[in-house]
Design a protein around this ligand. Structure first.
Ligand SMILES: [Zn+2]
Ligand SMILES: [Zn+2]
Length: 309
C-alpha cells in the first residue's frame, strides 16, 4: 500500500500543484496532516484526492480540475469557461471583417485594412518578386483565426488545472509558462457572479498558455514588435515576453507598460497594428466587443462590490 503523500506526488508531479493538493488535504474532512503519512489502498488515496480536486458538475469543461475551491465555486468557474468558449466562437466568425466608413469590432482591435492595393506589406512582397503577396490585413486575419481555433482546442485539454491563489494583486495568472495548463485564480479576480467579464480574464490566460504576450511599451525587446512596419510571422515559442511583468502591468493605467485594458488595446491597434496579434489582451477585448451589455453589467457589478461597505 502506498503512503498518501507518495500517491499524490506521483499524480501531481508539479511542486506548485502538489503543494496545493497537500494543503487542501490538511483541511479536508477525513484528511488532516497525519493522513499524508498513512499507508492506504490506492482506492482510498484516490477517494481523498477526489475530495479536494473537483471538476464542474455540468457543461463543456468537466475535464478541468480545480483545487482550493468548493463545489459551488467550481461549477461557477466551469460555467465561466463555457461562456469563454461561446465568446471565442462568436469572435471567430467575425475575424477579418472590414467596413468603410467606420471600423468593425475586428478592425478596432486588430487594426484597419489599408485601401485596396495600398497595403505596405503587399507592396513590399510584390517588390520582392511575389506577385501574389498578401496584405498585412489578410495575414493578420489568418493568424487571428488560427489563434482563436487554437484557444478553443486548448480549452478541451485534460491537463488544465485551476487553483485558488492568495497572492495579492493576482486576478488570474498563468503559472509554469507556455503549455503549463496551470492557472491561478487570485484575490483580484473580478467580483460578482461569473459572467462574460470574468470569462474574458480566462481567455487572456489561455492566450498566455499558447505563448501570446502582454505586449509592453517598456520592454526593449518589444520595440521590434511595436516598430514592425509589416506583418512578421512568429512561432508561439518566439513571441517576446515582458521581462518586468508586474511592474510594467501597473503602468497600463497611465498609458505606459502593458497594452492591457480597452483603451490601451485600441491604442495598440491604431499605432502598432502588427503587434496586436501577439497581445493576449487584444483577444479578450475583441471577444468582449460582441457581448458589450453583458460585459458592461459585469464591470459595474465588480466595481460596486469593490466599494468599501
Ligand atoms: Zn497577461
Ligand atoms: Zn515590460
Amino acid at each position: 500500500m502506498p503512503k498518501l503523500s507518495e500517491y499524490i506526488r506521483e499524480k501531481f508531479p508539479v511542486d506548485l500543484v502538489l503543494g496545493k493538493v497537500r494543503h487542501a488535504i490538511q483541511f479536508a474532512e477525513g484528511g488532516g496532516i497525519r493522513a499524508l503519512g498513512l499507508d492506504m489502498t490506492a482506492e482510498d488515496c484516490q477517494a481523498m484526492v477526489d475530495k479536494v480536486v473537483l471538476t464542474p458538475a455540468a457543461g463543456n469543461h468537466r475535464h478541468v480540475r480545480f483545487i482550493g475551491f468548493d463545489q459551488e465555486r467550481v461549477d461557477e468557474l466551469g460555467a465561466g469557461l463555457d461562456i469563454a468558449l461561446r465568446m471565442l466562437e462568436e469572435a471567430r466568425r467575425n475575424v477579418g471583417l472590414h467596413t468603410w466608413p467606420g471600423k468593425t469590432h475586428y478592425e478596432s482591435i486588430f487594426g484597419s485594412r489599408a485601401w485596396h492595393g495600398s497595403s505596405a506589406t503587399r507592396k513590399a512582397g510584390v517588390a520582392a518578386g511575389n506577385a501574389n503577396a498578401e496584405s498585412g490585413f489578410a495575414s493578420r486575419a489568418s493568424y487571428v483565426r488560427a489563434k482563436i481555433d487554437q484557444m478553443m482546442d486548448d480549452l478541451r485539454d485534460p491537463r488544465w488545472i485551476l487553483y485558488k491563489s492568495n497572492e495579492a494583486g493576482d486576478a488570474a495568472a498563468l503559472k509554469g509558462g507556455r503549455g503549463g495548463y496551470l492557472m491561478a485564480i487570485g484575490p483580484a479576480f473580478p467580483r460578482g457572479a461569473v459572467g462574460h467579464f470574468h470569462a474574458g480574464v480566462l481567455i487572456h490566460e489561455v492566450g498566455h498558455n499558447l505563448g501570446l504576450a502582454d505586449v509592453c511599451g517598456e520592454c526593449q525587446q518589444h520595440r521590434q514588435l511595436l516598430d514592425a512596419a509589416h506583418y512578421a510571422p512568429r512561432s508561439d515559442a518566439n513571441i517576446p515576453q515582458c521581462t518586468g511583468n508586474t511592474p510594467h502591468g501597473a503602468m497600463a493605467a497611465s498609458g505606459k507598460g502593458h497594452f492591457i485594458g480597452s483603451k490601451q488595446v485600441k491604442r495598440l491597434a491604431e499605432a502598432h497594428k502588427n503587434a496586436t496579434i501577439y497581445n493576449t489582451d487584444s483577444y479578450r477585448w475583441y471577444c468582449y466587443a460582441f457581448f458589450k451589455n453583458e460585459v458592461d453589467a459585469g464591470i459595474s457589478a465588480h466595481k460596486a462590490l469593490l466599494q468599501p461597505a
